[in-house]
Each structure stands twice: as structure tokens, then as C-alpha cells.
Design a protein around this ligand. Sequence first.
Ligand code: AMP
Ligand code: MG
Length: 487
Amino acid sequence: MSSPIISTPIDTGWCFDHSYAQLPEIFHAAARPALVRKPQLVILNRPLAVFLGLNAEALEECADIFVGNVFPNGAAPLAQAYAGHQYGHFTTLGDGRAILLGEQITPSGERFDIQLKGAGQTPFSRRGDGRAALGPMLREYIISEAMHALGIPTTRSLAVATTGEKVFRQEQLPGAVLTRVAASHIRVGTFEWAAARGDKAALRSLADHTLQRHYPHFVDAENPYLAFLKAVMERQASLLAKWLHVGFIHGVMNTDNMALCGETIDYGPCAFMDTYDPATVFSSIDQHGRYAYGNQPHIAQWNLARLAEALLPLLHGDEKQAIELANEAITGFQTRFKNHWLAGMRKKIGLFTEASEDTALIQALLEWMKQSKADFTNTFRALSSESSSSFSSETAFQDWHQRWQMRLSQQPQSASEVVNLMRQNNPAFIPRNHKVEEALDAASEHGDLSVMQRLLTVLSKPYDHEQELPEYSQPSSSEMYQTYCGT
Ligand code: AMP
Ligand code: MG
């Protein structure tokens, strides 16, 4: 079927700009969503729509927009080009199943990419069909919105709509499109793409665009590109620490899935850890644990080293000096990460003050959790309660608890202040894998969205410790959980 050119006649509040499209041609290709048979809106994120300056009520009637059959006013669709290291191997990629409609300017003047994921083939689709199935798109919706509610920078989900067509995977599945909202979709892989082409002018344009868009305060720095690299690293260090603080495993931290704006992007085989073990992996294809929970900070550093390599021609006119600057910056990542990690972990155990023994105290707790196969989220939740000492009768835990109480007594804050701090930093609810699967199953197999709606409501208030909802806080009874790529 041919593609649409018409725009919606209803005033739905779209206010598009197209700054990315101004970049040199190597960064994008024209792309049009494929017309689909029977668009149906499955879910619309009304609060997000309002935040973006959109008319949520009118959009409820606009399934056509959310599959790409109708363009919102001012949209100028394109697919973005990028490369990336996937599981350590360089490859050229690009949006094979995502189409950028443009950048929505919000009432407060912020700029967000509006992207249709699963809207059909683009010049970068290679052998792929450009489509997506309902289950994985709803999964991205649930997890990204949960991450947002947890206070973790992330792309967001505005809507999911079904196409009325089947997609062919191992089986036939209902086709769907996710409308994704991101500060931008510029990735480490976008820079790798420019560098691989050896096009220094294009690389500079991309760096200037990204600097202006996400780090405008460094535009006038003495060496703006070095400042840019360090600022990207700082945001990633903070982001990775936040992932670890809630037990999040991204699962596919390829360089094309690392966004320079510092948001978590591309929810494929991701999942939250139940039992604490740094070696935890959920993705069926991550057989060597490259993207295991505890390995994520190292991989982030590895990815950032690829960014630094791509930026070399801009860091210094002399290559040797450029390499020195890049190396020095990248080496600093571990310290940056540790600082964020430790600051967050202190809050998780109620520490307002800093003492040299804190790292050892936290490590001792984690060691005990690993040995006794404790649930990550529920352990910290239990520690946040007044009766924390009864959490486990094991001697090792009791010894640790005493040590912790001693440490707490060295700070001036009251017990209730400590509990408050802990409750603000230890979620009561995370997207438990079996609850996510249950919601997806009801939606995909039975067209019942009520299970997902209930889950989304719980996940929208993850720090609400007043609610006792054991159904949502218990880990799954089965240990084995696998997630899949290429969905
Ligand atoms: P991802 O695993 O979602 O990060 O995707 C990696 C690459 O594969 C990106 O370039 C995607 O655009 C592409 N891709 C994933 N699924 C499809 C599909 N169904 N059709 C075309 N390209 C795809
Ligand atoms: Mg990706």
C-alpha cells in the first residue's frame, strides 16, 4: 500500500520542529510509515500527552496517527542513520523499524523526538520487516513508564496502537506501533557512523548539534568537545548507578542503544533482578554475561571509549594529544560511577553523612544478600521498616544489622528521618517479571487491558510504602526467566 501524505484536520496540539533533519545527509533518510489496515489505539499516556502540549482527549480518537496512517500537522518523517558495536562487533545499522515524525516543542519550550517504532520498512531495514509485535511494544511501555516513575532518566511511551495486521516471528503475532518520546535518539552509534565515514565536517555538525541540544552550557568551553565527552560520561555514570540501585538490567547495551542525552533507551530484553546476584542475565542471547547486572558499569565505560574514539578528530589537532585527552577522560569513568553509586547506596541504607567505612558496610550487606539469595528490592524494603532486625535470624545478618545500627547512631538524624530517606530511595514496587508477563498475556492473547492498567497504576507510585500489595511485591516463584531480542 502507498503511504499517507495527508495531515490530521483536528487540532491535536502538535508543534513540530526539525533540527535533526538539518544535519548533513549522511545522518538520515526519508522514510514513510506503511499504511496499515485497521488501526486501533490500545493505550494512550494522557499525562504525558498533556505534558507535551497535546490534546489528550482528541488524540483518543486518533489511532491513525499512532500507526502512521495519518501524519500529525507539521510532521516530516525520516529514519536516522547510525552504526554501533553489537556484542563488541562494529556494524552499520540505522532505524530499521522506527520513523521520526519530528521534534515536539512543549508549552515550556522543551524539545522531544516523537518516534513511531514498528511503523514499517525504512532504507535501513536490511532483511527486517520494519514491524513490531504488540507484546514487546506494551512491554517497552510498561518498563519505560516504570523507570520514569522510579526517577530514572528514560525515553517515554506516549501510545501503543495495533495495526490490524499480523507480524511473523516464530509464530503469527498482532502487529503494533509504539510512539516513543525521547530528549533525542542520538546514540554513541550515531557518532561512530560519522567517524566510520571519515567525514570530519559531518562529525563536527553532529557534535555541535548534540552539544547545543543537550549540553548547551559547554558550547563556549575552552575545549567544547572534551567538555562534551566528560559531560556525557557524567550522565551515564549517574544513569548506570541508578540502574544498579533498583536492580535494572538493560540486557543489550550495544553502543547503538546508548543515548547521548543520558536517557535509558531501547527496552528489549531488559528486566529487573529478583534474587541478588551480580552475574544475573535475562537475555537469551547474552550467553557470556557481557551485559550482566554487575558488568553494566564496565560496559558503559567500554561504550564511552567508542564515543571517545569517534570524537578524536575533534578533541585535538594532534592525534597523539587527542588520544591522551580521551584516555584520561575515559579512565575517570569508574570514579564518577563509584561516586554516584555510593551516594545512592548510602541513601538506600539511611545514611545522611559520609564515613570511610560506608563502602565496606554496603559491600557486606550485598555479600550477605548474595549468599542467602535475598530478593534485592524486598531486602531494602524490609530494611526501610521499623522492624528491620527481624528480617532474618541468620547470625551474619544480625551481625551486619548491629554494625549498621552503630553507624546510624553516629549521625544526628532521627530514626524517622532515616526511615523517610530509605523509603524515598527504596522502591516498594518494581515491574516484577511474572506480573509484566501476566499483563502482556492478558492484553495480547485475550484483548484484556485491565491487568496492565492495574499494574501501571501500582508502578506509577513505586515509593508508596503505605500500600500492602503482596501480589505485586513478591518475586516470582520460578527462578528461570528469559527475555528475547529481535522482537
Ligand atoms: P534493537 O535490537 O531494537 O536495538 O535493534 C537493532 C537494529 O536492528 C536496529 O538497527 C533496528 O532498527 C533493527 N531492527 C530491529 N528489528 C527490526 C525489524 N523488525 N525490521 C527492521 N529492522 C529491525
Ligand atoms: Mg536499538
